[in-house]
Design a binder for this molecule. Structure first.
Ligand code: PAF
Length: 272
C-alpha cells in the first residue's frame, strides 16, 4: 500500500490511472477506522481495479462548538487496517485546501432538515470536501455508509446534479455485536451511556416490526422505547427526498439522532 500525503502527488497518480482507463474505487473517511469502515473498504476492494481510501478530518464540516480538536485520531492503526483491507493508496493529506481556496459546494432542499437543522453548515462542508477529494482522486465509484443516511443522499444528489460520472454506492450500516451502530464517536460514551444507547437500535427495530400504517403511531412507540438524554429527531422519511411521511405504504427510512451528554448518535433502518 502506498501512502500519499501530497495533493499534487495524488492528483498526478489519479490522472495516470485515468489515462490507462482504470476503474478507481474510493472510500473517503475521517479516520479512526472501525469495522464499519473496513467493511466498506473490503466491499469496494472487490469491485475496483485500484482502491483509494482517504483520511482527512475536514474542518469545514464541523460547527464552531463541535468536536473538531478532540476528534479521535489513530493514523498508524488506520494505515495498518487499510493495508489489511486491501487498499492500494491511502491518501492522508496534511493540508487539503490551498490558502486561497474560495469555493463552497451547496446542495439545496434535502440538506435543510434533520442533520442540517441541527448543524447548519455541516453539509456544505461535506459536499465541498468530497467534491475536492473527487477532483483529486478522480474515482469511477465511491462508497458512503448508510449509517450517515442523509449524507449519502446528499452526496448522491451532488454527483448526479453535477454530472460527475462517479457512481455513488451505498455501504451497509455495520453494528456491534450488541446492536449499537458503529461510529468513531462511540469512544466518547461512558459504560452507562453505551448501555442506554442500546435502546436506539431496539426502538428502530421495534418500529420496523410494527404493522400499524401510521408513521405517528410508530414514532410514538419508538420515542417511548428510547433511553437517552434527548432525541434530536426520530422520523420516518421518503428514502430519496427525506421528506417525512404520514402513512407507511412503501419502502421508507426511519432516521434517528439521540444525545448522550455531548455525544450525538445517529442510527437508521429501512422500514415499510
Ligand atoms: O462520513 C465521513 O467520514 C465524512 O463526512 C466524509 C464523507 C469523509 C467527508 O469528510
Amino acid at each position: 500500500m502506498r501512502i500519499v500525503q501530497s495533493v499534487d502527488e495524488m492528483h498526478d497518480l489519479a490522472l495516470s490511472w485515468r489515462r490507462q482507463g482504470r476503474e478507481v474505487g474510493f472510500v473517503p473517511t475521517m479516520g479512526y477506522l472501525h469495522r464499519g469502515h473496513t467493511t466498506l473498504i473490503e466491499l469496494m476492494r472487490a469491485r475496483s481495479e485500484v482502491l483509494v481510501v482517504s483520511i482527512y478530518v475536514n474542518p469545514l464540516q464541523f460547527g464552531p462548538t463541535e468536536d473538531l480538536t478532540r476528534y479521535p485520531r489513530d493514523p498508524e492503526g488506520d494505515a495498518a487496517k487499510c493495508a489489511a483491507a486491501g487498499c492500494d493508496v491511502l491518501f492522508m493529506p496534511n493540508n487539503l485546501y490551498p490558502s486561497d481556496f474560495r469555493t463552497t459546494v451547496s446542495v439545496r432542499d434535502i440538506t435543510t432538515r434533520w442533520e442540517g437543522a441541527h448543524r447548519p453548515t455541516h453539509f456544505d462542508g461535506v459536499a465541498t470536501v468530497v467534491c475536492r477529494l473527487f477532483g483529486l482522486v478522480q474515482p469511477t465509484a465511491a462508497m458512503f455508509g448508510e449509517k450517515d443516511y442523509q449524507q449519502y443522499t446528499v452526496l448522491r444528489s451532488m454527483a448526479r446534479d453535477l454530472a460527475m460520472g462517479i457512481e455513488i454506492v451505498p455501504g451497509p450500516l455495520v453494528r456491534d455485536e450488541d446492536g449499537l451502530a458503529l461510529s468513531s464517536r462511540n469512544v466518547y460514551l461512558s459504560p452507562d451511556q453505551r448501555r442506554r444507547a442500546l435502546s436506539l437500535h431496539r426502538a428502530l427495530f421495534q418500529m420496523r416490526a410494527m404493522t400499524d400504517r401510521s408513521a405517528a403511531v410508530r414514532i410514538a412507540a419508538g420515542l417511548e422505547a428510547i433511553d437517552s438524554d434527548g432525541v434530536d429527531y426520530l422520523a420516518i422519511v421518503d428514502p430519496d427526498s427525506l421528506e417525512p411521511v404520514d402513512i407507511i405504504d412503501r419502502p421508507l427510512r426511519a432516521i434517528l439522532v439521540a444525545r448522550y451528554g455531548s455525544v450525538r448518535l445517529l442510527d437508521n433502518v429501512a422500514i415499510g
